[in-house]
Design a protein. Structure first.
Length: 400
């Protein structure tokens, strides 16, 4: 069930956005959204689907006038009003005070981690006064390995997260850490350490291992969301955002802008190596009528046809605006293609095997030209195989 939201903060940010626009029709639509928030209701601030639709309309009008800052703002506002984005993320983007507090929190966490590392080294040196840097590295590796044994208990002593803490975890997952220039003077020990790290021939391999680890964590997070029956499209989108590798190696990266034509806000726009656009359209994983049986034949249900029609309309709209998009953004949309990710065999109302799902989709896709339909199971399986192929071989396998 969708949980719509509104707040004083949303109202204040909308008023600030109203001051940013120079076009009256954008301002009038913002006023309409503010009117919904101010309507008397059982809660302090008006909310609901009308507010979400009004905010999305602000984005469409602002897009026509190329007010990109307002488009980005109201897309986040609409996600918050629809219950798909916590308030803390809005504050992090648009409230300088809140952002400063979040940055201070991260500084404190980093400082605490460094202090704990020093304490751990003190413990090592007490027992081994002659410990070397190699001993210290092995010591920390042991600590890291021991973390695999740490878990959250099921009793009253288990870890409990407040809604605020849960929002902070989501915020941490979306943030970008920026390491600024170190203040001078830098100690000679620190300079030597940085120089050794950057010139070490194994630095590339280490970076690859870190990236693979990050991808495994991202894939596990996506799998967990897919396995949750109540997960919304917004939750799935949050897991897949900035994870273009999951869709294969044919893409340069994910584009920041999600809207290039009116009434076509793309879930995940990817750029191919030849400069053309590829659209990822995300639907829910829990779709019971993904497959239906008619006259003894297994076929795709209405939800798939609806999603495909939506993607086809996006491609048509992008085709029609091809010249303008190429001139303004340097993106080729005449050769644009799309992938619809929808459903999972585990949620089907009838007992269809994964092979039946794959065969039905294969038949369906064989009649499509610029569009493909896959399930979340297929997406996860493909990404898992890709990670397995990218992982370095274990020493035992290399010696055989």
């Amino acid at each position: 069930m969708t949980t719509y939201r509104s707040s004083f903060t949303l109202r204040r940010l909308l008023e600030e956005t109203r001051e940013l626009t120079v076009h009256e029709d954008v301002g009038h639509q913002i006023d309409a959204a503010l009117k919904i928030i101010d309507e008397p209701s059982s809660v302090r601030y008006g909310r609901g689907k009308p507010l979400v639709l009004a905010l999305e309309q602000v984005g469409r009008i602002a897009f026509r006038h190329e007010e990109w800052e307002i488009v980005d703002r109201v897309q986040r506002f609409a996600d918050y009003a629809a219950g798909e984005l916590p308030l803390s993320i809005l504050e992090m983007h648009y409230d300088n005070g809140a952002r400063s507090r979040q940055e201070q929190f991260m500084r404190s966490m980093a400082s605490l981690g460094a202090q704990q590392a020093v304490s751990a080294l003190d413990v090592l040196c007490e027992g081994h006064p002659d410990a070397t840097a190699s001993d210290a590295r092995e010591f920390f590796r042991g600590i890291a390995r021991s973390m695999d044994s740490v878990s959250i208990g099921s009793g009253d002593g288990g870890v409990r997260l407040s809604p605020q803490d849960a929002d902070r975890l989501l915020w941490i997952g979306r943030m970008e850490l920026v390491v600024r220039d170190l203040q001078s003077p830098v100690s000679s020990e620190t300079a030597d350490l940085l120089d050794d790290l950057l010139t070490n021939p194994e630095a590339g391999a280490l970076a690859q291992l870190v990236e693979l680890r990050s991808r495994r964590v991202s894939l596990d997070a996506l799998r967990a969301v897919v396995d949750e029956p109540t997960s919304s499209e917004g939750a799935l989108h949050a897991c897949l955002k900035s994870q273009d590798w999951i869709f294969g190696g044919a893409y340069v990266g994910e584009l920041v802008r999600r809207q290039y034509a009116p009434d076509a806000i793309l879930d995940i726009p990817l750029l191919r190596g030849d400069g053309s656009l590829h659209v990822i359209e995300l639907k829910r994983a829990n779709i019971k009528d993904l497959l239906v049986r008619r006259s003894g034949h297994v076929m795709l249900g209405a939800s798939v046809h609806h999603a495909v029609s939506q993607a086809e309309n996006y491609l048509r709209t992008l085709d029609e605006a091809h010249g303008r998009i190429l001139a303004e953004h340097g993106i080729e949309t005449r050769r644009a293609s799309a992938t619809v990710v929808i459903g999972h065999p585990k949620y089907l109302h009838a007992n269809y095997s994964s092979d039946e799902v794959a065969d039905t989709l294969r038949t369906y896709n064989s009649h499509l030209a610029r569009l493909e339909v896959i399930t979340y199971e297929m997406l996860l399986d493909s990404a898992t195989r890709m990670l397995a192929l990218s992982s370095p071989e274990k020493p035992d396998s290399q010696s055989k």
